[in-house]
Design a protein around this ligand. Structure first.
Ligand SMILES: Cc1cc2nc3c(=O)[nH]c(=O)nc-3n(C[C@H](O)[C@H](O)[C@H](O)COP(=O)(O)OP(=O)(O)OC[C@H]3O[C@@H](n4cnc5c(N)ncnc54)[C@H](O)[C@@H]3O)c2cc1C
Length: 288
């Protein structure tokens, strides 16, 4: 297995050249989202930080940024979960075990794990936001003693949209993670909460000075969730979010993802709320 230094050298010397990835597992998680486990050529370890993304390409269809949803502690492969929305992603959904694709990266800044050691964590995932947060959750599970109390708040439109069902059950079963899930619209079998994810936050027991909140979800969610977290007096720099912008190069060259002079692909996609405030409100529209 090739180590991190060799991979980083490869990315540095040929950042536009995709590496060859082979799909070793593929399965539909919901009607729209498909899970892929990928092995890089020469079994190179991606050695990413939770919260980073890769550029995924298919010859003749294009390239798109996709969050890595496995942990760096998962060795020899990495996972992606892709929603079918357009040209590249619908072609990706046709691929299965044994097929190959192009991978560049990892790119961007991930969650500030080093700062979070020893702190309590409140992790708020809305919809597809659980995808990058699964990387963080798996990292925490593999290094559980490095963190304080962990509370996971999960929200999705309906029970059938819930991603990583089996894994979520396992997190729920493990007593050292408090878990609460809500859906916008229940079905007859649903026994959990019904309502927006913001309704879960007032009931969460938080010691603000020793808590990091990590929030990833659809744009509309950010304003309200951050408002609730500020009501709990969590300091701005301890509220962490991930922004989704259209990006092309992933390398801070093309400018597609720029906000207020910052390239989200390089300075982000992860920011803290203190940094976000400099974006003068635009982030509330663009965050995801
Ligand atoms: C840092 C980052 C991480 C991401 N992680 C994931 C992930 O883990 N899983 C996942 O499924 N998706 C993720 N996305 C979104 C994904 O990149 C887009 O869905 C993808 O680029 C669409 O490509 P396409 O060729 O299939 O769609 P296109 O054919 O290009 O477009 C289809 C439709 O989607 C819209 N669209 C395309 N790109 C974006 C975008 N970036 N934001 C909003 N609307 C868009 C278009 O306007 C159009 O309506 C991420 C995006 C970013 C920036």
């Amino acid at each position: 297995m090739i180590d991190r230094e060799i991979l980083l050298e490869k990315v540095k010397t040929s950042p536009y050249k995709p590496m060859k990835g082979r799909i070793i597992k593929a399965e539909m998680l919901t009607e729209k989202e498909k899970f892929f486990r990928i092995e890089l050529e020469d079994k190179v370890n991606l050695a990413h930080e939770p919260g980073q993304f890769v550029m995924v390409s298919i010859f003749g269809y294009g390239e798109a940024p996709i969050s890595i949803c496995s942990s760096p502690t998962d060795k020899g492969y990495f996972d992606l979960t892709v929603r079918n929305v357009g040209t590249l992603t619908s072609r990706l959904h046709q691929l299965g075990e044994g097929d190959t694709l192009g991978i560049r990266g990892p790119f961007g800044k991930g969650f500030p794990i080093d700062n979070m050691f020893g702190y309590d964590l409140v992790i708020v995932a809305g919809g597809l936001g659980i995808v990058p947060l699964r990387s963080l959750m798996r990292y925490i599970m593999h290094n559980r003693n490095d963190f304080g109390n962990v509370q996971l708040l999960l929200g999705c439109k309906s029970p059938k949209d819930l991603l990583f069902r089996e894994e979520v059950k396992e997190w729920k079963r493990r007593a050292e993670v408090k878990f609460n899930c809500t859906v916008d619209k229940a079905d007859p079998d649903w026994q959990g909460n019904v309502g927006l994810i913001t309704t879960l936050i007032p009931g969460v027991d938080i010691n603000p000075m020793r808590t990091y909140a990590v929030v990833v979800g659809p744009p509309i969610m950010y304003k309200f969730v951050i408002g609730e977290l500020l009501n709990k007096i969590i300091p701005d720099h301890q509220i962490i979010v991930s922004l989704e912008r259209r990006m092309k190069c992933g390398l801070g060259k093309c400018g597609h993802c720029q906000i207020e002079g910052k390239y989200v692909c390089q300075s982000g996609p992860v920011f803290n709320y203190a940094q976000l405030k400099d974006f003068k409100g635009e982030c509330h529209e663009k965050a995801a």
